[in-house]
Design a protein around this ligand. Structure first.
Ligand code: HAM
Length: 423
């Protein structure tokens, strides 16, 4: 029978990669929590309408990239392509903003987008992110950006370039839309089919198009059309970032691919990622999103970062920690009659806080010791006939090939000493 492979655009995280993942996820959670953000988990499936309304029907994500299906009750559901809409739904749906405002949350988990798979672009990928919901302030935009900045710093991920822009308020965007329509209408024949449609429905999305990037380069920039209040808000974000020591590059071409943004938007770029996949993450302010979802109006700001892309860059920079050892110690018997004794010793060692593998094979002792080396064990505990009889065990330092016989009650202390010296 043919071997079944993982679905296209997905990948397994095998044990050797797990310490790198744990390092990244724990570092993110630790930094976010040091800013008072608390963990939140929302479902992987959501009603399709959440994304249609929240992210926007005219975005590439909703139009072309969602995994959507109908459940047995005839309801349309989608695998979440992102988390912001779900988190806003969860936080405001539970009225958490009545207890504390703003509500600060962080998350991690799988997202799904049916893009053409390539390096750094998968059908299933993982994001870490934060959302700060319930208050409008430039300091909070700067706060979420600073969290990501400290996170990259903690990972020692050098070369991250922060790009920031503002999309202004609703009225600024109406003016901007009109300016884009006047610019693009004479160029209509040169636009790709998708962009011809975008010109009529959602001209801001024209700036995202990869095919028409040369035309986008000459398009008007929103900054020229912003009112004084929007400019003041953005300048306050920049001032707070500067005070935090975060280096921001103002880039008026950043518009982001999701419709819910207003005012501040930002992306984290890295040169070692190429082309359209150069973004490690992004985010911004989404003050109109709650209302679009039928929830009490409530401002918000946040970001999400792509874990696989960060690990790719980390690999290139050589900052990923080495895979962890499988265990500290292997316990084995010389022959099968001593197996129960070995199992009982293994339990005692686990009770003493050690990571213990019990070798239950009927291999010869030298093979068992070689297998212990491959697991990265620093010590082996061996029980043979003599040891069972005398109530002792042999503790072997696998690096030094030195061994000592100790009484059963001293085994944990002897192994701990060996592990601590060698680790
Ligand atoms: P996004 O820019 O769509 O924003 O995604 C954030 C990051 O997720 C990207 O920069 C990239 O690193 C990663 N990513 C996206 N698609 C893929 C893919 N197909 N394969 C691998 N990685 C991918 C958001 O998702 C917003 N929810 C961010 C946000 C939070 N805005 C406000 N709060």
């Amino acid at each position: 029978m043919a071997e079944i492979a993982a679905p296209r655009g997905t990948h397994d995280i095998l044990p050797a990669e797990s310490s790198a993942w744990r390092w990244l996820l724990q570092t993110h959670a630790g930094i976010a929590e040091s800013f008072g953000y608390r963990p939140i988990e929302t479902p992987i499936i959501e009603s399709t309408e959440l994304f249609a309304r929240g992210v926007g029907v005219e975005t590439d994500i909703v139009e072309k990239q969602m995994f959507t299906f109908t459940d047995r009750g005839g309801r349309s559901l989608s695998l979440r392509p992102e988390s912001t809409a779900g988190v806003v739904r969860a936080v405001l749906g539970a009225r958490l903003d009545q207890e504390r405002r703003p509500v600060r949350v962080h998350y991690q988990g799988p997202m799904f987008r049916a893009e053409r798979p390539q390096a750094g672009r998968q059908h299933q990928f993982t994001q870490v992110g934060v959302e700060c919901i319930g208050e409008r302030s430039p300091e909070l935009d700067a706060e979420v950006i600073e969290i990501a900045w400290r996170f990259f710093d903690a990972l020692r991920l050098t070369g991250v370039r922060l790009q920031v822009n503002t999309l202004g308020d609703a009225e600024d965007r109406i003016r901007y839309r009109a300016a884009l329509v006047s610019y693009y209408t004479p160029l209509r024949d040169r636009l790709c089919d998708d962009c011809k449609r975008r010109l009529d429905i959602n001209p801001l999305r024209l700036l995202d198009c990869k095919k028409d990037a040369d035309l986008a380069a000459g398009a008007p920039v929103i900054w020229e059309l912003l009112d004084a209040g929007s400019k003041e808000f953005f300048n306050a974000v920049l001032t707070s970032l500067e005070q935090a020591g975060v280096i921001a590059h103002v880039n008026h071409r950043i518009v982001r691919g999701l419709d819910y943004y207003a005012d501040t938007v930002f992306e984290f770029w890295h040169d070692s990622l190429h082309g359209a996949q150069n973004s490690l993450g992004g985010g911004g302010r989404y003050d109109g999103l709650a209302e679009i979802l039928g929830l009490p109006p409530s401002p918000g700001t946040g970001y999400a970062l792509g874990v696989e892309r960060i690990l790719m860059v980390g690999q290139r920079l050589g900052v990923i920690p080495a895979p962890d050892r499988d265990c500290d110690v292997v316990v084995c018997s010389v022959d099968s009659p001593q197996a129960h004794h070995a199992a009982s010793l293994a339990r005692d060692l686990r009770g003493a806080g050690l990571r213990v593998v019990l070798d239950v094979s009927d291999r010869r002792l030298d093979r068992k010791l070689r297998a212990a080396d491959r697991l990265g064990a620093l010590a082996a505990v061996i029980v043979g006939e003599d040891e069972v009889r005398d109530g002792t065990a042999v503790v072997r330092d696998l690096a030094e090939h030195a061994q000592q016989r100790v009484s059963a009650t001293d085994v944990a202390a002897a192994v701990t000493r060996t592990v601590e010296t060698r680790a």
